[in-house]
Design a protein around this ligand. Sequence first.
Ligand code: RIB
Length: 308
Amino acid sequence: MSNRRILVVGSANIDLVTRVPRIPKPGESVIGLSFATFTGGKGANQAVAAARLGAETYFAGCVGDDAFGAMQRENLTREGIDLRYLASHATEPTGTAVITVADNGENCIVVTPAANTGVTVAEVAKIEDELSSFDAVLLQLEIPLDAVEVVLAAARKANVLTVLDAGPAQHVHQRLIELAGIVTPNETEAEAMTGIAVISVETARQAAAHLIEQGAREVVIKMGGSGAFYMSVDEWFHVPAYDVSPMDTVAAGDAFTAALAIQWNAGSALEAVRYANAAGALATLSAGAQTAMPTRDAVERFLKERKA
Ligand code: RIB
C-alpha cells in the first residue's frame, strides 16, 4: 500500500522565471529570452505533486493577502489540495523566487521568503495533535527552522513518516537530521550539510555516510542527471537516472520527494527510489514548477515504457 494521506508543511512562492541562454556569472548581464510567472515554492510544489500522484493532500503554509497569494490559493484549490492549514500573513507579501533557467534546463534561484516566515512554531503547534492521521509529512527548509523541528519531533512521537527535503542549501542543525525519517538533499544541499562535494556516486556515498553518522535514519541524495543515492544503516545503493532531455529542471526535486514519500512502504526502498526518479525525470520535460508535476498515470506509463 502506498502512503495516501499526505501533509506538506512548507513554502508557497510565486516564481518569476526568465529563460536565458546560460546562467550569468557574478557581475555579468545576459539578455533574457522569455519571461513567465508560475506558482511555486518547494512546499506547494510537493503538495501539487502528491495530489497529482493520487494522494489525499493537505498543505500547511502561509501566503500574503495579495494577488500572488490569491493566485497560489486558486491553483492549489484547483489541484484538489485541502487548504484548511494555509494561513494569510497580515503584513508580509507572498514569497517570491526569482529564477533563471538556461537552455540546458539548469536553473538558479533566489527566494525571498516574506509570508513564509508566518509558518511559526505557534502556527504549527495548532496541527501537532492531527499529525497521527497522516501517512507521511513532508517538510523543506524555506520556512522557519524551529517550526520544522517542532513538526518533525511531533511526527516522530506520533510514529508518522517524515521526509525532510534539505532545500535550499544551508548548514542543517544535527537535531533536524536526527528527527527526520528520510533526509533528501540534492548534491548542493548535501555538500552544504556535510562539507563533501557530491560529484560522483562515491562522493554521494561519503556524504550519505556522513549524514548517517550524524544520526540520519535514511538518506536519499538527489543527483539530477546522475540519478539518486540511497543509504540507511543497513544498506546503500545507487539508482541511475532515466535518460531524458530536460527543458526545465525547476521543481524536479520536488516531484522526486513527493513521489518518494507516496511510494515509501509500497514495496522496497529501491522501487520507491526508481518511482521517484521517474517522477523527477518527467518534471523536467515541461516549464514551470507546479505546472510540470506529473500525474500517477504519467509516471506509471513512463515506468512501463522504460521497463522498470
Ligand atoms: O524547488 C523549486 C522551488 O524552489 C521553486 O518553485 C521556488 O519557488 C523555490 O522555492
